[in-house]
Write a protein that binds this ligand. Structure first.
Ligand code: COA
Ligand code: AMP
Length: 630
C-alpha cells in the first residue's frame, strides 16, 4: 500500500479490501490516542474480531478536550433547538466540556467507574448528550433507551445491561403533550430484577417529578456540587456503549460499540460519507435513542470538530411543515441527515414546499437520508424543491455507520434513484443466494458483508457471544448477514429491497413484529396471531395483526382490537404504531404448522404472490384476502 491517502473511491475501496489493516491503521493516525495502536484486526480469546487491540484513548476527550486544547474552546459545539419548549441554547466546546466534567464528577461520586453501565432514558435535551459524554469520560458504558419505549422495554434493558445508575428526566414533550417519565421509570424499576443503585432526574419545568427518597437525586443539585472529573484512558476494545435494537425474537439485542474502532469510523465517515469540514454545522434530525443519534448527533460531529444540532421537535406540527427549513436557516446548517418519513410528513402538509420560500437555505450543501427505503416520490420531491444532492445511504445499528453511501468526501458519484450508491470502503458487500454462492449482477439475494467488518461495527452482542454468532455469522461462514435483501447492479450500485426477517421499519423506527406477536398472544382471548408490516404512505410500514380466538371466545371485536392496541402500547410503547388487529378463523400455515407471514404480507400489500407449495390448506388464503380488503 502507498503512503499517500487514496483519493478516489475505487482506490480507497480497493485498498481497504486488499489491505484492511494497513488502510485502517492509516486512518487511525488521524485521531489522537493515549497509546497509538500498532495492530489492525485481531482475534481475541473468545474468537471475536477486535480492532486496534493495543490502542488506548478516551472518546470523550477526543470529542471535547482535544478541540479545547487545540484552541477551539469558543467554537460552538452544540446548539439545542427546542420548538416544543420555545428554548434555544448554544454551548461552546469549553462550555460543553465543563458540564461533562461536572456530570462525570457526580457520576463518579455515585460510584460509577470504568466498565460500569449507566442507562440513559431521556428526551432530546442537552443533558442526554452530556450524560453520554460523561460516561465516556469515566470509561463507563452508557445504554440509551429511546423515550418512546414503554416501562417494560426499559426494564428488559435494565435487566440485560445491569446499570449502576439510571439518568432520566421528569418529562418528555411530544408536540404539545407532556409525557411524565418518572411513572415509567418507577414501573420499570419494579418490573426489573436488577435494581440499579440510584437514579438522577433532570427536573423540567413542564412537569416536575416527585423524587423517590433514597433512590433519586436531582441532577441540577448534584451537578452544582460536583467536582469536575478527569478522563481515564480506556482500551480501544473497551465498550463505549450498548444500544439495544430489535431482533427477530422478543428480546432486543444489545449491540456493543467499542471505543477505538468507533472513533476512527466516526472521523472517517464525517469526511468521506458526509463530506464535512471541521467547523461546519451538521444536523442529524433523529433522536439520541437511535443509532443515528449516537453516531451523528453526538460522536461523529464532535469528534470531527463540527457544530451539532440537538432538535427537540418534529418535522411538522412544531409548529408547521417549515420547521426543518427554519432550523437550517437559523443555524446555517451545512448538511442535514434524516429519515425519508420526515420528509413524507413535510410533503403531505406542504406539497409544493411553499414554506421553503420564507427561509434562506443557501448554507445547505447536501441532504442525507437513511433508516428506511428512500421512496422515489420523496427523492424526486426533495431534488426538485431543493435542487441539492439527495443522498440515500444504508446502514444499521449493528454497523454504526454507512455500509453503502455516495462517498462524497472522496468523489461525488452519479446518483441512481432507489440505490444507496456503492459499498463504503471497508465494507465488502456481497449478495449471496440461499446456497451461499455470490449472485450475478441484478440478481436479488441476502445482502452480506465479507469479514472482517471494518472498525466501528459491533464486535458482539452484550453478554451473548453465541447469539452474535448465530444471528450474524453462522448463516454464511466468512460473511456478516445484514438481514436485508437486495442486489448490486452492473455498475456495482447497491439496491436494498427490505428486511427478510421479522424486523419492520415504522417511521424510521426499527421494531420487531415477533415481539408484538408475543404481546398480542398474551391476551387471554387470543389463541394465536401473526403480526407483519404493511405499507403506509407516511410511515413506510405499519404493523398489522391477524388474530385467531380461543374456542368459546366471543368478544366484541372492536373492543378486542382496542384492548390489543392498548396492550402493545403499554408493553412496547406508542412508537410501535400498532393500530389494527383483525380477527380471522384460521391463519395460513405450512403443513408443518409454520404461519405463512410472508404470504400474508404480500396479500395485505396487494403484491403478486405464489401459493406456497408447502401450504396446508390453500382455501385459507381466499378467506384471509377477503378480511384484508381495505
Ligand atoms: N417519547 C414518547 N412518545 C413518543 C416518542 C418519544 N420520544 N416518539 C414518538 N412517540 C409517540 C408519538 O407521540 C406517537 O404517539 P401517539 O400514537 O399517541 O400519537 C407515537 O409514538 C408514534 O410516533 P411517530 O411514529 O413518531 O408518529 P408521529 O405522528 O408523532 O410523527 C413523523 C410522525 C414522521 C413526523 C415522525 O415519526 C418523524 O419525524 N420521524 C423521523 C424518524 C426518525 O427520526 N428516525 C430516526 C432514524 S433517522
Ligand atoms: P436501524 O438499525 O434502526 O438503523 O435499522 C436498520 C435497518 O433499516 C436496515 O437493516 C434496513 O432494513 C433499514 N434501512 C436503513 N437504511 C436504509 C436505506 N437507506 N434504504 C433501505 N433500508 C434502509
Amino acid at each position: 500500500m502507498s503512503n499517500d491517502a487514496p483519493n478516489t473511491y475505487q482506490q480507497a475501496y480497493q485498498e481497504a479490501s486488499d489491505h484492511p489493516d494497513a488502510f485502517w491503521l492509516q486512518q487511525a493516525n488521524r485521531i489522537q490516542w493515549v497509546r497509538k495502536p500498532t495492530r489492525g484486526a485481531t482475534e481475541d480469546d473468545e474468537g471475536l474480531t477486535r480492532w486496534y487491540a493495543d490502542g488506548e484513548l478516551n472518546t470523550s476527550w477526543l470529542a471535547l478536550d482535544a478541540h479545547v486544547e487545540a484552541g477551539r474552546a469558543d467554537q460552538t459545539a452544540l446548539i439545542y433547538d427546542s420548538p416544543v419548549t420555545g428554548r434555544q441554547q448554544t454551548y461552546s466546546y469549553a462550555e460543553l466540556l465543563d458540564r461533562v466534567k461536572r456530570t462525570a464528577g457526580f457520576l463518579a461520586h455515585l460510584g460509577v467507574t470504568k466498565g460500569d453501565r449507566v442507562v440513559i432514558y431521556m428526551p432530546m435535551v442537552p443533558e442526554a448528550v452530556i450524560g453520554m459524554l460523561a460516561c465516556a469520560r469515566l470509561g463507563a458504558i452508557h445504554s440509551v433507551v429511546f423515550g418512546g419505549f414503554a416501562a417494560r422495554e426499559l426494564a428488559v434493558r435494565i435487566d440485560d445491561a445491569r446499570p449502576k445508575v439510571v439518568l432520566s428526566a421528569s418529562c418528555g414533550i411530544e408536540v404539545d403533550r407532556v409525557i411524565p417519565y418518572t411513572p415509567m421509570l418507577n414501573e420499570a424499576w419494579s418490573l426489573a430484577e436488577h435494581k440499579p443503585e440510584s437514579a438522577v432526574i433532570l427536573q423540567r419545568d413542564q412537569a416536575r417529578a416527585e423524587l423517590t427518597e433514597g433512590r433519586d437525586h436531582d441532577w441540577a443539585e448534584l451537578e452544582a456540587r460536583a467536582e469536575p472529573a478527569d478522563w481515564v484512558a480506556v482500551k480501544a476494545t473497551d465498550p463505549l456503549y450498548i444500544l439495544y435494537t430489535s431482533g427477530t425474537t422478543g428480546k432486543p439485542k444489545g449491540v456493543v460499540r467499542d471505543n477505538g474502532g468507533h472513533a476512527v469510523a466516526m472521523h472517517y465517515s464525517m469526511e468521506v460519507v458526509y463530506g464535512m469540514k471541521p467547523g461546519q454545522v451538521f444536523w442529524a434530525a433523529s433522536d439520541v435513542g437511535w443509532v443515528v443519534g449516537h453516531s451523528y448527533i453526538v460522536y461523529g460531529p464532535l469528534i470531527y470538530g463540527c457544530t451539532t444540532i440537538l432538535y427537540e421537535g418534529k418535522p411538522v406540527r412544531t409548529p408547521d411543515a417549515g420547521a426543518f427549513w427554519r432550523v437550517i436557516d437559523e443555524h446555517r446548517v451545512n448538511a442535514l441527515f434524516t429519515a425519508p418519513t420526515a420528509f413524507r410528513a413535510v410533503k403531505k402538509e406542504d406539497p409544493n414546499g411553499d414554506l421553503m420560500a420564507s427561509y434562506d437555505l443557501t448554507s445547505l450543501q447536501r441532504l442525507f437520508l437513511a433508516g428506511e427505503r428512500l421512496d422515489p416520490p420523496t427523492y424526486d420531491w426533495l431534488k426538485e424543491r431543493t435542487g441539492l444532492p439527495v443522498l440515500d445511504h444504508w446502514w444499521q445499528t449493528e454497523t454504526g455507520w454507512a455500509i453503502a453511501c455516495n462517498p462524497v468526501g472522496l468523489e461525488e458519484l452519479p446518483e441512481k434513484a432507489g440505490s444507496a450508491t456503492v459499498p463504503t470502503p471497508g465494507f465488502q458487500v456481497t449478495i449471496l443466494d440461499p446456497a451461499g454462492e455470490p449472485c450475478a449482477a441484478n440478481e436479488q439475494g441476502a445482502v452480506c458483508v465479507k469479514l472482517p467488518l471494518p472498525p466501528g461495527c459491533l464486535p458482539t452482542i452484550w453478554g451473548d457471544n453465541e447469539r452474535f454468532h448465530n444471528a450474524y455469522l453462522s448463516a454464511f461462514p466468512g460473511y456478516y448477514l445484514s438481514g436485508d435483501g437486495g442486489y448490486l447492479d452492473e455498475d456495482g450500485y447497491l439496491f436494498i429491497m427490505g428486511r427478510v426477517d421479522d424486523v419492520i421499519n415504522v417511521a424510521g423506527h426499527r421494531l420487531s413484529t415477533g415481539e408484538m406477536e408475543a404481546v398480542v398472544a398474551s391476551h387471554p382471548a387470543v389463541a394465536e396471531c401473526a403480526v407483519f408490516g404493511v405499507q403506509d404512505d407516511l410511515k413506510g410500514q405499519v404493523p398489522l395483526g391477524m388474530v385467531v380466538l380461543k374456542d368459546g371466545q366471543t368478544p366484541d371485536l372492536a373492543e378486542l382490537e382496542q384492548e390489543l392496541v392498548a396492550l402493545v402500547r403499554q408493553q412496547i410503547g406508542a412508537v410501535a404504531c400498532f393500530r389494527r388487529a383483525l380477527v380471522v378463523d384460521r391463519l395460513p400455515k405450512t403443513r408443518s404448522g409454520k404461519i405463512l407471514r410472508r404470504t400474508l404480507r404480500q396479500i395485505a400489500n396487494g403484491e403478486q404472490y405464489q401459493v406456497p407449495s408447502t401450504i396446508d390448506d390453500p382455501a385459507i388464503l381466499d378467506e384471509v384476502s377477503t378480511r384484508l380488503q381495505p
